[in-house]
Design a protein. Structure first.
Length: 288
């Protein structure tokens, strides 16, 4: 049924996410510790949506379509959107010009302000490839168009129904978690590419090798993900180990949270904690 046994963990995350949502809405109500756990699960769902997009979990196309809809309501955006924005654009261009998710659209600076602005800016520019993709499906494959458009409809009905039932609960348990997840997954993309060298074979991405990979399906191993996007998430630590010596050490971070603290909060006061753009360094070398 599943392509990889490791995805029983993925299914487990989705079941727990659904169960926690139901418990909060019907029985438990707001409990700070449970809610924080639920927000973490909402972030994990975005990673699951990414992984499922690259390598669908099930052997059955019908089951994968069901998962797409299941993910959509907790992800907060139609799951199909990964195809035009991520597979067809980001993985093809990998932060080069033309990538709708480029990290240097406004500035080359890697600052807290840019970290906070990037998710909204990136989301805005990703709408064009989604619209174009839907137009192409309408012209060429109405069945796929219906499945994609249906995700929009299902998500809209999901949100509207809970807003009607109890708008305050809906904000707390539906909309806020969705937005937290969407924001977080774009932050991940930003920190994985900012100040790397998009033209380099091995230095195009920043990697995080610490314990968060145990919780977020090895999402930190980003170089090998771009090198072999079809590799299952459970196999990426081994793939990373093979190529780690080829990656500049400054692009291999042990701790995601230490990176965030160091680069975005301490670096303005401690210059040695600032990152340096490999992209700009390459461009400067090319003009010499």
């Amino acid at each position: 049924m599943l392509r990889f046994a490791a995805d029983w963990r993925t299914v487990g995350y989705m079941v727990v996410t659904t169960a926690v949502f139901i418990l909060q809405w019907t029985v438990v109500g707001f409990h700070p510790a449970l809610y924080v756990f639920y927000l973490f699960l909402s972030i994990a769902v975005t990673v699951i949506a990414h992984n499922h997009n690259h390598l669908p979990m099930f052997k059955s196309p019908m089951m994968n379509s069901v998962v797409d809809y299941w993910l959509t309501v907790f992800y907060g955006f139609p799951a199909f959107a990964w195809i035009p924005t991520h597979n067809m654009n980001h993985h093809r261009l990998n932060n080069k010009e033309g990538d709708y998710t480029i990290t240097y659209r406004l500035t080359e600076n890697n600052t807290l302000l840019m970290l906070l602005l990037y998710p909204t800016m990136s989301s805005y520019f990703q709408q064009k490839p989604i619209r174009d993709y839907l137009k192409n499906l309408w012209r060429g494959d109405r069945r796929k168009w219906a499945l994609a458009a249906g995700q929009y409809a299902f998500l809209g009905i999901w949100i509207a129904a809970f807003l009607i039932l109890d708008w305050q609960k809906a904000l707390l348990y539906v909309i806020v978690p969705q937005q937290i997840g969407l924001f977080a997954v774009l932050v991940f993309n930003y920190v994985q590419h900012v100040h790397a060298d998009e033209e380099s074979q091995w230095n195009h991405s920043r990697n995080f090798t610490g314990w968060l990979n145990l919780l977020l399906f090895n999402n930190g191993y980003h170089t090998v993900h771009h090198d072999r996007a079809g590799t299952h998430w459970s196999k990426t630590p081994e793939a990373h180990a093979v190529v780690a010596s080829k990656i500049d050490p400054s692009l291999i971070e042990r701790s995601f949270w230490w990176y965030i603290l160091r680069v975005y909060f301490l670096a303005p006061f401690v210059p040695k904690f600032r990152t340096h753009s490999m992209r700009l360094a390459r461009m400067e070398r090319s003009t010499m």
